[in-house]
Design a protein around this ligand. Structure first.
Ligand code: G3P
Ligand code: CA
Length: 257
């Protein structure tokens, strides 16, 4: 049973579960990814960082303080130390004992079932993380874009370029924070030289920006969508997917031509 069946999702606005279905379960845990699968999300979004001993772990913040019962920077803790932490109780007692997953565990569990958007989070803290992610994908034959199942994204565009030069066949997505100046044609030209997606904060999106991104040959999955109304507005603006902690809000909508 796969949510990531490309023949079915062609032309559908994709539901992409932000840090998993993080509105319903602790972010970036197997529980949140499983919820996303049950809710028929086509893709997962997750954040990757590196432990002191070089393991790729799924974690949003650069410290474990907010989402676990531990303290300290991810990069100063070994994988053995990280895996002992409770990454579920901060959300609710029901999820006590959820663990910080390794990237490879999520890939092995969900490849072929859902697409996976891997965010390189603060990659400048982790020299060599691009190569490590590339190796992890290659070992699993996930380095060819047969059906758009794996996307690598980052706010750090230099890191994206580095990843793209290692594995040019895996599509990359440029993340953009809100910027009152919008996105220039010069930027879109530059992004289109290495990226397949431009994923801005949802507040940047209007019909015109979506049309410009498409004109430059790219697609767009805006993020941080938390209200049903804003999902509707984004779909109306013509986006290709929505990155949301409530993946059940997206529903079935054909993309605009
Ligand atoms: O998918 C984009 C989004 O995840 C970026 O924001 O802070 O949730 O990683 P953040
Ligand atoms: Ca993210």
């Amino acid at each position: 049973l796969a949510n990531a069946d490309n023949s079915k999702r062609d032309n559908k606005v994709l539901s992409i579960a932000h840090r998993g279905a993080a509105g319903y379960a602790p972010e970036n845990t197997m529980a949140a990814f499983e919820k996303a699968f049950e809710m028929k999300a086509e893709m997962l979004e997750l954040d990757v960082q590196m432990s002191k001993d070089g393991e790729l772990v799924v974690m949003h913040d650069t410290t474990v303080d907010r989402t676990t019962d531990g303290a300290g920077k991810v990069k100063n803790l070994t994988y053995d130390e990280l895996k002992r932490l409770d990454a579920g109780s901060y959300f609710s007692k029901e999820f006590a004992g959820e663990k910080i997953p390794k990237l490879e565990e999520v890939l092995d569990e969900y490849r072929g079932k859902m697409g996976i958007v891997i965010e390189m989070k603060s990659p400048s803290l982790y020299p060599g993380i691009e190569q490590k992610i590339a190796d992890t994908l290659k070992e699993r034959n996930l380095d060819t874009p047969t059906n758009n199942d794996i996307i690598v994204q980052s706010f750090d565009h230099e890191s994206l370029k580095a990843f793209h030069s290692i594995l040019p066949e895996v599509p990359v997505a440029v993340l953009l924070d809100f910027n009152p100046d919008g996105v220039s044609d010069q930027q879109l030209t530059e992004f289109s030289s290495f990226a397949k997606y431009v994923n801005p904060n949802k507040t940047m999106i209007d019909k015109k920006l979506v049309e410009r991104i498409h004109k430059y040959g790219m697609e767009t999955y805006p993020w941080d969508v938390r209200e049903r109304e804003s999902v509707k507005a984004l779909i109306k603006a013509g986006v290709d997917g929505v990155i949301t902690i409530y993946p059940d809000y997206v529903g079935k909508h054909q993309k605009k031509e």
